[in-house]
Design a protein around this ligand. Structure first.
Ligand SMILES: CCC/C=C/C(=O)SCCNC(=O)CCNC(=O)[C@H](O)C(C)(C)COP(=O)([O-])OP(=O)([O-])OC[C@H]1O[C@@H](n2cnc3c(N)ncnc32)[C@H](O)[C@@H]1OP(=O)([O-])[O-]
Length: 300
């Protein structure tokens, strides 16, 4: 089932791309059964759509740390696509149902001691999730209620607005260099579009994880609020964004994001090839293995 849906999402590019002149907004007839509120039954992600407000809340619920595995990313892309196709949905709040972590980023085990074919499939799923979220025409708000390194930070940065718990022990950033790996150009582009060139250059080279106050200072997040208010504050912010007529806001969003999306569309295959050859290198496998060991030791 999951592989059928995975193939299905590969075919679709709705969202802001489909609104652009000359773009091909094919849509995939995904069947789903929406009750009045519960929207999704997937195991790793729970989605509730409030039919009164048009706001969906997407909660990550994949213990222990919401790492972005192939299955998680596939479910994520499917859910974003379903919401994109649903005219009654105007905005999406993304948050975590787990304590202390928004998302630990890409699942390192998907990049460790696997076959090149697996790396291809995994990286396609990473790209697809980014296309769907970064290209969404809905208002997207990240309610960051815990740590959000690397791929977790990427998902947050794809949103239109970020609210983070003001807990100084939580951090967010693209820390790839600390693992001995390199964030691809479109992670970099996404960060640069949020915080600018200079901060991105520093953040990427140092693999910096910004504490919540530091993230606010550099504009990586837009607001800090008490932890228990992250989701309610996101809902408040959402109502301000939804006060703007959809068509005008959506066209403005697509105008801002299209060049970044086009850059990856044009280099999609090359980006996959690059990821596979980089990840397959002995030196990179060694770095990832050491990093996983470090995570385990830190725990014990
Ligand atoms: C080119 C590629 C670009 C790459 C982009 C990326 O996103 S790269 C990703 C960069 N991401 C990072 O660098 C983040 C690394 N993670 C962390 O820094 C912390 O886990 C935390 C701060 C997110 C949560 O702290 P906490 O104290 O609440 O939790 P804990 O630390 O005790 O972990 C619990 C269990 O989860 C395991 N596990 C954790 N993360 C991952 C993962 N990504 N994957 C798989 N597994 C992961 C961990 O080993 C442990 O397993 P065990 O021992 O039970 O078998």
């Amino acid at each position: 089932m999951s592989s059928i849906l995975r193939r299905c999402t590969k075919l679709t590019h709705s969202g802001i791309l489909s609104m652009l002149p000359g773009s091909n907004g094919r849509s995939c007839a995904l069947q789903y059964f929406a009750s009045e509120k519960r929207y999704s039954t997937s195991s790793k992600i729970k989605v509730d759509l409030d039919s009164n407000t048009g706001v969906a809340i997407m909660q990550f619920q994949s213990p222990p740390v919401n790492s972005l595995s192939l299955d998680f990313l596939t479910e994520f892309a499917i859910n974003i696509e379903k919401l994109e196709l649903d005219r009654s949905c105007r905005g999406v709040i993304i948050t975590s149902a787990l304590p202390k972590v928004f998302s630990a980023g890409l699942d390192i085990l998907e990049m460790y001691q696997k076959s090149p074919e697996h790396y291809v499939e995994f990286w396609k799923a990473v790209q697809e999730a980014w296309f769907k979220l970064y290209g969404s025409s809905k208002v997207t708000i990240a309610a960051i209620n815990g740590n959000s390194p690397a791929g977790g930070c990427l998902l947050a940065m794809c949103c239109d607005y970020r609210i983070m718990a003001e807990n100084p022990r939580y951090s967010i950033g693209l820390n790839e260099t600390q693992l001995g790996i390199v964030a691809p150009f479109w992670f970099k582009d996404t960060m640069q579009n949020v915080v600018g060139h200079r901060e991105t250059e520093k953040g990427l080279q140092l693999g910096k994880l910004y504490t919540a106050p530091e993230a606010l200072k550099v504009g990586l997040v837009d607001e800090l609020v008490p932890e228990e208010k992250v989701v309610s504050s996101a809902a408040e912010a959402m109502s301000k964004w939804l006060a703007i007529p959809d068509h005008a806001r959506q066209l403005s969003k697509s105008m801002m994001r299209k060049p970044t999306i086009d850059r990856l569309l044009a280099a999609r295959e090359a980006d996959i090839t690059n990821f596979v050859s980089f990840t397959s290198k002995d030196s990179i496998q060694k770095s990832l293995g050491m990093y996983m060991e470090m995570l385990k030791k830190r725990r014990s």
